[in-house]
Every structure is written in structure tokens, then in C-alpha cells.
Design a protein around this ligand. Structure first.
Ligand SMILES: Cc1cc2nc3c(=O)[nH]c(=O)nc-3n(C[C@H](O)[C@H](O)[C@H](O)COP(=O)(O)OP(=O)(O)OC[C@H]3O[C@@H](n4cnc5c(N)ncnc54)[C@H](O)[C@@H]3O)c2cc1C
Length: 165
């Protein structure tokens, strides 16, 4: 079993920022595990700008903002795995990772969970039948358009809960 001081689950901006901060505090035996084939998390598909004003004092797109952190991780040579999903964490911090290398286990002293949030699909909400086919979550629609260059439709209705205030 491989040993790491800190295993970070998820290579989105939170996981990358955590890794950089740990490294600067001299905790260097780190591993970031990301299930997708690129680091960056949801920001890969947020191609509009407006990110980075607080941290970098300039307006960046999501991918540009994520790249700032990815570059730091690369420069510091912080180890990471992509195409690798964490499928289990035991009470004594043994982390199971599934990737093309097969099933591997890591004994960590600490585990940081930075898996972001997940939208629930109509399947997860238990809406049956074919009638809701063509109903997408915002994240899926954004992914089709911004990452896969595919329109979800021409006539679109956006349904969102009303906010107060
Ligand atoms: C559709 C959509 C649009 C958004 N637009 C904006 C916006 O315009 N502005 C804004 O500020 N915020 C926006 N957000 C919020 C955005 O999620 C956060 O700003 C930011 O991406 C959160 O970073 P994070 O690292 O916490 O999570 P994420 O970016 O979601 O990263 C989490 C990572 O963990 C990985 N992961 C999850 N489970 C596992 C596992 N078991 N094993 C390995 N890896 C795993 C995921 O693949 C992902 O890469 C949006 C979110 C969504 C869903």
C-alpha cells in the first residue's frame, strides 16, 4: 500500500488551491486524485469571464482561472492522477482509487474532500418515462455547448427556483 501525508479527492480549483497551500506549508507528500482526464473541475466549462477578480485582481475565464492553479501545481511538481476515481475511504483513511492502473490503495494521514457539488439528473430525481427527454441540468447543457460544441436545442425554456430578496 502506498503512503501519502495528504490525499486530495478532486482536482477542481478547491483541490488545486489546497495542494498549493499545503506545499507552501512544507507538506509535500501529497496526491491529488481527479476522475476526469483533466484538472480544473467545473471551471473547464465556465468559459465566461468574471473569475479571478478577488484573488488575482483581474477578470479571467473559468479555464484561465483554473490554469493559474494547474500551472502552480505543475511548477511545484505536486503529484496528481487523472482518469482516477476515489471509490472508497475507510475509517482509518485508506483510500481506494480506481484507474487504468487497476485498483490501488493509499494510506493517508489526512484526506481532503474537494469533490465540488453535483447536480441531480432527472434519473437521480426519479422522474420516469420518456416525456422529460430533453430536460437538462444547467451543468449538462453548459458542458454540451462549451466543451462539446453541441447545441441542446433552439427553443429553450429555463426553469429555475425564484430567489428571495
Ligand atoms: C453548471 C455550473 C456552473 C457554474 N458557474 C459558476 C460561475 O459562473 N461562477 C462561479 O464562481 N461558480 C460557478 N459554479 C460553481 C463552481 O462549481 C465553483 O465555482 C467551483 O468549480 C468549485 O470548485 P470545486 O473545486 O469545489 O469543485 P469542482 O470544480 O466541481 O471540482 C470538483 C472535482 O472533483 C472531482 N471528483 C468528484 N468526485 C470525485 C471522486 N470520487 N474521485 C475523483 N475525483 C472526483 C470532479 O471530477 C471535479 O473535477 C458553477 C457550477 C456549475 C455546476
Amino acid at each position: 500500500m502506498k503512503k501519502v501525508d495528504v490525499l486530495i479527492v478532486g482536482g477542481g480549483p478547491a483541490g488545486l488551491a489546497a495542494a498549493v497551500e499545503l506545499y507552501r506549508k512544507n507538506i509535500k507528500n501529497i496526491l491529488i486524485v481527479e476522475r476526469e482526464n483533466h484538472l480544473g473541475g467545473i471551471l473547464k466549462q465556465c468559459i465566461h469571464d468574471g473569475f479571478g477578480l478577488t484573488r488575482f485582481g483581474e477578470t479571467l475565464s473559468g479555464p484561465e482561472y483554473a490554469k493559474r492553479f494547474i500551472d502552480q501545481v505543475e511548477e511545484l511538481q505536486i503529484p496528481y492522477l487523472t482518469d482516477a476515481a476515489v471509490t472508497g475511504i475507510s475509517g482509518d483513511k485508506v483510500v481506494t482509487v480506481v484507474s487504468r492502473n487497476g485498483l490501488e490503495k493509499y494510506q493517508a494521514k489526512a484526506v481532503i474532500l474537494t469533490m465540488g457539488c453535483r447536480e441531480r439528473t432527472r434519473g437521480a430525481l426519479g422522474i420516469p418515462g420518456e416525456r422529460p427527454a430533453g430536460v437538462f441540468t444547467a451543468g449538462v447543457a453548459q458542458s454540451y455547448i462549451n466543451l462539446h460544441n453541441t447545441m441542446v436545442g433552439k427553443e429553450v425554456v429555463i426553469l429555475a427556483p425564484a430567489t428571495s430578496g
